[in-house]
Design a protein around this ligand. Structure first.
Ligand SMILES: NC(=O)c1ccc[n+]([C@@H]2O[C@H](COP(=O)([O-])OP(=O)(O)OC[C@H]3O[C@@H](n4cnc5c(N)ncnc54)[C@H](OP(=O)(O)O)[C@@H]3O)[C@@H](O)[C@H]2O)c1
Length: 331
C-alpha cells in the first residue's frame, strides 16, 4: 500500500447523507464499524485499506467502542494510527464515535454506567485514538443499578466539556429510551442517536422502539444489519475458513447459523437477484427503508465488502410488492 494517500476527489458524489433524527447532523447511508477485524489480532494493512476505501466511497462515519479488539482497546489504537497516517487532514469530514458500558478494566469502575467509568473510559479512548474529542459518545448499554440520572449526567458533562459533540445510547428499550431522552433534554443536551441491533433476522426494534425514536426526534443507526454475515451468501454452502464464524475470537458461533435462518437467506437471494443486488445489499437497503434509521452500521473483513455495501446507494427504493416478498421470505 502506498505510504501517502490522496482521497478520491469524487467521494461525495454518490453516497446519500441522511438526517439523524431532528438534529443538524447527517450520516452516510452506511457507516463502518470496528467491532471485528480492526484489532491487534487482525491484519493492520487490511484494516487500513478498508478505511481508505470507505473514505473514498463517502463513508465518513467510523464507529468504535472502548472494548473493540481483541485485545480490548486495540481497535481504537489502530484507528488512531490510520487517522494519523491517512486522514489527519480530514478530521472535520469525519464522524467518529466511541462507547463505554461493557467490561473494560478490572475492579468496580470498569463496567456499566457510572460517571466514574464513562468519564475515565472516554479519556482513555481519546488517548488511544489521539483525538481531542469524539463526535458521538454512547452509553453502550443500560445499567440496571446505576441511577439513569447519573449516566445521563455523565453524558451531559462529557458533551459540555467538549470531549464529545453529541450524546447517544445503545440497546436501551423504549421505556429506558424515553427516560434517557427526558433526562438529557432537561440537562440541555439532546439525545442525538440510538444504536440498536436491527436486521431482517432481528426485528425487535419494530415492537415500539422505532416509533419511540420518531416521536422523540432521535435518529437510529442499525448495528449488525447483516446479522454478523448470515445475511449474505457466505454461509449458504457451509462455513468458509476465512469467515467470522470460523474465527476463534469471532462473536458469531457456528451454532447460530441454523437451517431455518439459511432457508430465509435462500428465499431472500431470489428477491435480491430480481432487484439486481447482492443479498448483503438487499439486507442493508431493507433496514434503511424507514427514515428512522439514518444509517446502517456494517462490519467488513475485506475491501470488497466495503465496496459492495457502499454500492447499495444505487438502489435503496422498494416497491410494495418487493416488501411483501421480503416479508414472506422471512416469515
Ligand atoms: N452497540 C452495540 O452494542 C453493538 C454491538 C455489535 C455491533 N455494533 C456495531 O455494529 C458494527 C457492525 O457489526 P457487525 O460487524 O456484526 O455487522 P454486520 O454488518 O451484520 O456483519 C459484518 C460481517 O458481514 C460480512 N460481510 C460484510 N459485508 C459483506 C459483503 N458485502 N458480502 C459478504 N459478506 C459480508 C463480514 O463477515 P466476515 O468477517 O465473516 O467476512 C463482516 O465481518 C460493529 O462494528 C459495531 O460498530 C454495536
Amino acid at each position: 500500500m502506498t505510504a501517502t494517500y490522496s482521497p478520491d476527489p469524487s467521494r461525495y458524489e454518490t453516497m446519500p447523507y441522511r438526517r439523524c433524527g431532528k438534529s443538524g447532523l447527517r450520516l452516510p447511508a452506511v457507516s463502518l464499524g470496528f467491532w471485528h477485524n480492526f484489532g491487534h489480532a487482525d491484519n493492520a494493512e487490511n484494516a487500513r485499506a478498508m478505511v481508505r476505501r470507505a473514505f473514498d466511497l463517502g463513508i465518513v462515519h467510523f464507529d468504535l467502542a472502548n472494548n473493540y479488539g481483541p485485545p480490548p482497546g486495540s481497535a481504537e489504537e489502530n484507528f488512531g494510527r490510520i487517522l494519523r497516517q491517512d486522514l489527519s487532514a480530514h478530521r472535520d469530514e469525519l464522524i467518529v464515535s466511541s462507547k463505554a458500558g461493557y467490561t473494560m478494566w478490572p475492579g468496580p469502575y470498569g463496567d456499566f454506567g457510572s460517571r466514574k467509568y464513562l468519564v475515565a473510559s472516554l479519556d482513555q479512548s481519546l488517548k488511544r485514538m489521539g483525538l481531542d474529542y469524539v463526535d458521538i459518545f454512547y452509553s453502550h448499554r443500560p445499567d440496571p443499578e446505576t441511577p439513569m440520572e447519573e449516566t445521563m449526567g455523565a453524558l451531559d458533562s462529557i458533551v459540555r466539556s467538549g470531549r464529545a459533540l453529541y450524546a447517544g445510547i445503545s440497546s436501551y428499550n423504549p421505556e429506558q429510551t424515553r427516560r434517557a431522552a427526558r433526562l438529557l433534554r432537561e440537562l440541555g443536551t439532546p439525545c442525538l442517536i440510538h444504536q440498536p441491533s436491527y436486521s431482517l433476522l432481528n426485528r425487535r426494534v419494530e415492537e415500539g422502539l422505532l416509533d419511540t425514536l420518531d416521536e422523540l426526534g432521535i435518529g437510529g443507526i442499525a448495528f449488525c444489519p447483516l446479522a454478523q454475515g448470515i445475511l449474505t451468501d457466505k454461509y449458504l454452502a457451509g462455513i468458509p475458513e476465512n469467515s467470522r464464524a470460523a474465527t476463534p475470537h469471532g462473536f458469531l458461533k457456528p451454532a447460530q447459523i441454523t437451517d431455518d435462518k439459511l432457508a430465509k437467506v435462500r428465499a431472500l437471494k431470489t428477491i435480491a437477484e430480481q432487484r439486481g443486488q447482492s443479498i448483503a445489499q438487499l439486507a442493508i437497503a431493507w433496514v434503511l427503508r424507514r427514515d428512522t434509521i439514518a444509517s446502517a452500521l456494517f462490519g467488513a473483513s475485506r475491501v470488497e465488502h466495503v465496496e459492495d455495501i457502499a454500492a447499495v446507494q444505487g438502489h435503496l427504493s422498494w416497491t410494495p410488492e418487493e416488501l411483501a416478498a421480503v416479508e414472506a421470505a422471512v416469515a
